[in-house]
Design a protein around this ligand. Structure first.
Ligand code: HEC
Length: 397
């Protein structure tokens, strides 16, 4: 699933700090007017960026880079001290030169990667974008990438290069902003032949971001169907929630770091509200309950908060890897950090056979072990104990 850092506990914070420093540097360059915008967001001004994705895999290079940075930092410090401490100036300058000289910089190809102006751009993952992106994907991309994103569209075999499957680690290895750039500009082989057409003239920025959101749904759903769980962690998509008869509000405001259970309701009423989580009711488009019905549920102590953004049912069914027609009765659990983690199939209200789709420790879905507590509580405890540390495109999120 996700690239996890084990063993070298210092690597994660070190790379996190490098990442923050790099993004801050880009922000400063933008604030100073060194760089303008690209596609409506601040542009990354340089042709290179830190290849955190490589450093993550190779702790040896990360260590060498840390040493080189420390040596260079010491050289600077010594030189500055030398400016003020006249008596020791010669010694301090000498030490500074030595430290800078012997800083063990690894080969730059090991820690720098090609960047594009949109490298660090992202947009929020939303139900509205997934819905919009699904339609655009079918029209523009499926012919090569296939309806399910496995790279098996009708035109795939006739192309110079086979399109990659998104049902795997691809999206986890790429920065969103770099995929955005490639979809806009197209891709070329080393000899310059075009391998994928660019869509800059045909799709707006928002369209392209929406398709990238839909690719995340294809990746998640495909992983479940293959029995592998989610290849990359899936965040709760943004949507609007209406509780009882109150006005709708954004999911993030309503959830406020609580666990969430999403329940796909077809016929029948909502489940009881449960103190272990907040329940989000999903209804098919066109079948939303009226505010007065929901208010009555709330008065009975039943769950009464409904996802009102159109397309929510299909987006959640897609992520769960379940056909939207058969999604009724399914449940999904999100952890306090907003990552979707586990799924229970229809007819399994006790979560006895729940599937942990996003286990922090490894890639494969696991049956939740029965322990002495009820299966759902042990699942929740396990989810809490193993938070997702998502590393995307090498960047710790
Ligand atoms: C004419 C066939 C074709 C169409 C249409 C097409 N692609 Fe591709 N796509 C490819 C091929 C081939 C590759 C692999 C190119 C390579 O590696 O050089 C690719 C690669 C990609 C990648 C991987 C980029 C990376 O970072 O490795 C993404 C993401 C992608 N396509 C998204 C899309 C989206 C989104 C659309 C629709 C807007 C689309 N593609 C339309 C053929 C196509």
């Amino acid at each position: 699933m996700t690239v996890l850092l084990s063993g070298n506990a210092w690597v994660n914070p070190f790379l996190g700090a490098l990442e923050s420093a790099q993004i801050a540097l880009g922000g400063v360059a933008h604030a100073l007017g060194v760089t303008g915008e690209s596609h409506g967001q601040p542009a990354w001004p340089w042709a290179k960026r830190l290849a955190v994705e490589i450093l993550l895999i190779d702790a040896g290079v990360a260590r060498q880079l840390a040493l080189a940075l420390a040596a260079t930092g010491s050289a600077l410090l010594l030189a500055i001290t030398g400016l003020f401490w006249r008596r020791l100036r010669v010694v301090l300058f000498g030490a500074a030169v030595l430290a800078a000289w012997f800083a063990p910089w690894p080969d730059s190809s090991l820690w720098l990667a090609d960047a594009v102006p949109t490298s660090f751009q992202t947009t929020p993952f939303t139900v509205a974008a997934v819905t919009h992106g699904a339609a655009l994907y079918a029209r523009n991309c499926a012919i090569c990438h296939g309806d399910t994103g496995r790279g098996d569209g009708p035109r795939a075999a006739s192309l110079v290069r086979w399109p990659p499957t998104v049902v795997g680690p691809l999206l986890g290895h790429r920065l969103d902003g770099e995929m955005f750039w490639r979809v806009m500009q197209g891709m070329q082989a080393h000899d310059g032949t075009q391998t994928m057409p660019g869509f800059a003239g045909r799709l707006t920025d928002a369209d392209t971001w929406a398709i990238l959101d839909y690719l995340k749904v294809l990746a998640a759903g495909g992983g479940v169907q293959d029995g592998d769980g989610w290849p990359v962690p899936v965040a709760l998509p943004a949507l609007d929630v209406r509780c009882g008869a109150a006005p709708a509000k954004p999911l993030a405001d309503w959830r406020a770091n609580q666990r969430l259970r999403a329940v796909a309701i077809d016929t029948g009423g909502p489940p009881r509200e449960d103190p272990r989580w907040q329940t989000l009711l999903l209804f098919r488009d066109g079948a939303l309950p009226s505010p007065s019905d929901a208010a009555r549920w709330a008065a009975n102590g039943d769950a009464s908060c409904v996802a009102v953004t159109p397309g929510a049912w299909n987006a959640f069914a897609g992520m769960a890897g379940i056909d939207a027609q058969r999604f009724a009765g399914s449940q999904l659990i999100a952890d306090r950090d907003g990552w979707l983690r586990a799924e229970a199939k229809p007819g399994d209200p006790a979560w006895a056979n729940a599937t942990l789709l996003c286990a922090a420790g490894g890639g494969r879905a696991e049956r939740v072990a029965h322990t002495r507590t009820d299966p759902l509580t042990s699942l929740l405890l396990r989810i809490d104990a193993e938070p997702v540390r998502y590393v995307k495109g090498g960047y710790v999120h």
